[in-house]
Design a binder for this molecule. Structure first.
Ligand code: ATP
Ligand code: MG
Length: 573
């Protein structure tokens, strides 16, 4: 392929809103072009990389025994109503704007395909003899992301590989557990091949439900999630899921009685702690949630945050929602901001750290008042307790090793779904006793565009991208320093043809431009190998081969260049 025949709009400029390196570099290297917030065109170079990621994903899915199919983006909303996910997805679920009984008003754009694939299974899988089976597709997803950002890391339209497995059993040969492990291993293989520094973590299952899930995280400042790892490397979880070792440090003993203090208009932890000259950690935060119309109260230390997933798990409910002010006012008899556990008549879950507090400050269910001197256990009963808070710096993992926090981006996610979707959609099979049972399911998603951008986050320097060989748009660029010199152009074209013949992806920079200009572009785009063919080199009888990642160069006789480069490419793959 010749540069002058391609479309490679490199540029020095990048939009002001491009703050993360992958976003800046993908625009500057001419890989993508923004169409609208959260939607991008893949220009020829970017598309080549995306296709390479796709090929790796497809190969590993096939190796894992999954079967490819393709499902549409247009879904009947009825199926989403059957699984109760119209509410759970909220604004993420995009629907076509139609009026009345126009078909558009009953059609949504698929953000994921559990419903569609479960309907297929319901129609065609009738017997345990057809199980297990794993189906996958590589297809465009649509999501009404509120804040698309960071280039292609978070968009409203993106390419996902989604796989779904169906089983008659949870465990044992052919069970969900086995396929889950196979998929987990396939994901590790995919990320290794794309040269991503990934970390698998335990994760919350979110609205997709189910009882076990892992996310694959790539540490990067461009990420919006937090990865929590123990210093000893034995524990990793995402922040939403991270368990902490119980705190043992008790507050100083206090015999002081409970005392009401006037705190006019002061409703937040910061305002009250400032006013009363106490530390947030000496306060008890009283957060009211709603579960099926009833209040559920969570108590955490003032410097801690409630973890809603942990709270729901401790309470034994599937999810909790923050209560609206009417419910709060009805329960406390006060304005929002003055709730407290003393004398509160509701189900209360007390975080473990709160059970060690003495002489605490908290709300008193009376507008404009707080109380001091509160001792949990003495001044209110501790009926239910557990770990219901977010991990923070300074916490330890359950095994006692200190926790370290890193920003990261999720590139893949595997879930054990169980029978959530098959129950909701009555997708059953007959077991070996002829008894109808719900299909047991797993699902496994990977974002292809995100892999590409995460690879750039992990592999770039001040001059540009340093593509891993496996997903580089071209393995090699040949910089022909003066195409008008016949010896140069003849050799450059010969190398191009022979490398292509040898199965190497090579781009010949045949532009009539200065060497410095060509080198800058080659570094910006980040081809793993650059071959420089110039008049001076030829006079010495050499061409120069440079490795983008290390900057190392070797000089070689032109007749050895093809074999040398071919070996470099093979070794890197
Ligand atoms: P996030 O928490 O980042 O919003 P998610 O948990 O909603 O992601 P899943 O439903 O698990 O994502 O989707 C599977 C994979 O699809 C993710 O691991 C990610 O690689 C990719 N993905 C999800 N949302 C986006 C998006 N808006 N843009 C690009 N890729 C995405
Ligand atoms: Mg996810």
């Amino acid at each position: 392929m010749k540069w002058t025949q391609f479309l490679i709009p490199t540029s020095k400029e990048c939009p002001a809103d491009a703050v993360v390196p992958s976003h800046q570099l993908m625009i500057r290297a001419g890989l993508v072009r923004q169409v609208a917030a959260g939607s991008y065109s893949y220009l020829p170079l970017g598309f080549r990389s995306l296709r390479k990621v796709e090929a790796i994903v497809r190969e590993e899915m096939n190796r894992a025994g999954a079967i490819e199919l393709n499902m549409p983006a247009l879904h009947p909303i009825e199926w989403w109503e059957q699984t109760g996910r119209v509410e759970a997805m909220g604004d993420v679920l995009l629907s076509l704007a139609g009026t009345g009984d126009d078909w558009r008003s009953r059609t949504v754009l698929g953000p994921t395909h559990e419903e569609v694939v479960t309907e297929i299974a319901r129609a065609y899988i009738n017997s345990y003899k057809q199980l297990p089976v794993s189906l996958y597709q590589i297809q465009t997803k649509f999501r009404g992301e509120a804040r698309p950002k960071s280039g292609v890391l978070r968009t409203r339209e993106f390419l996902m590989k989604d796989a779904y497995s169906f089983h008659s059993e949870l465990d044992g040969a052919g069970g969900l557990g086995e396929t889950y492990q196979t998929m987990y291993d396939a994901y590790c293989a995919i990320f290794s091949r794309c040269n991503l520094p990934y970390v698998p973590v335990e994760a919350e299952s979110g609205p997709i439900g189910g009882d076990a899930s892992h996310e694959f995280m790539v540490p990067t400042d461009a990420g919006e999630d937090y990865l929590v790892q123990s210093e000893d490397g034995s524990y990793a979880a995402n922040l939403e899921r991270a368990d902490v070792q119980p705190i043992t440090e008790k507050s100083a003993e206090s015999q002081a009685p409970v005392k009401e203090v006037h705190t006019p208009g002061l409703a937040t932890i910061d305002e009250v702690s400032d006013f009363l000259k106490c530390k947030p950690r000496q306060m008890i935060k009283t957060i009211i949630y709603e579960v099926n119309g009833e209040p559920l109260v969570a108590l955490v230390r003032g410097d801690h945050e409630v973890n809603e997933s942990k709270l729901a798990r401790t309470a034994g409910v599937s999810f909790v929602t923050p209560a609206e002010s009417p419910l709060i006012k009805k329960l406390t008899g006060a304005e929002v901001g003055f709730a407290g556990p003393v004398g509160l008549n509701a189900r209360v879950i007390v975080d473990q750290a709160v059970t060690l507090m003495q002489g605490a400050v908290t709300g008193t269910n009376k507008t404009d008042y707080h109380v001091t001197g509160v001792n949990p256990g003495r001044d209110f009963e501790i009926k239910e307790t557990g770990d219901i808070r977010m991990a923070v710096e300074g916490d330890c993992a359950p095994n006692g090793s200190p926790l370290v926090f890193k920003k990261c981006i999720e590139v893949g996610h595997v879930f054990k779904l169980g029978t959530k979707y098959s129950d909701a959609m009555q997708a059953t099979f007959l077991d070996n006793n002829g008894k109808a049972k719900s299909l047991i399911m797993g699902c496994y998603g990977i974002g292809l565009n995100r892999i590409m951008a995460a690879a750039i986050e992990a592999h770039h320097d001040e001059s540009g991208i340093c593509w891993p060989m496996t997903i580089a748009p071209f393995h090699v660029v040949i910089c022909a320093l003066d195409m008008r010199v016949e010896a140069v152009s003849t050799l450059a074209e010969k190398l191009h043809d022979e490398l292509t013949e040898a199965g190497v992806d090579v781009l010949l920079d045949d532009r009539d431009a200065r060497p410095g200009f060509k080198f800058k572009d080659a570094e910006l785009i980040g081809f793993p190998i650059r071959i420089t063919v110039g008049k001076r080199g030829l006079e010495e009888g050499i061409v120069e081969i440079q490795i983008r990642q290390t900057g190392d160069t070797v000089k070689t006789a032109p007749e050895n260049a093809v074999a040398t480069v071919q070996k470099m490419v093979q070794d890197a793959m």
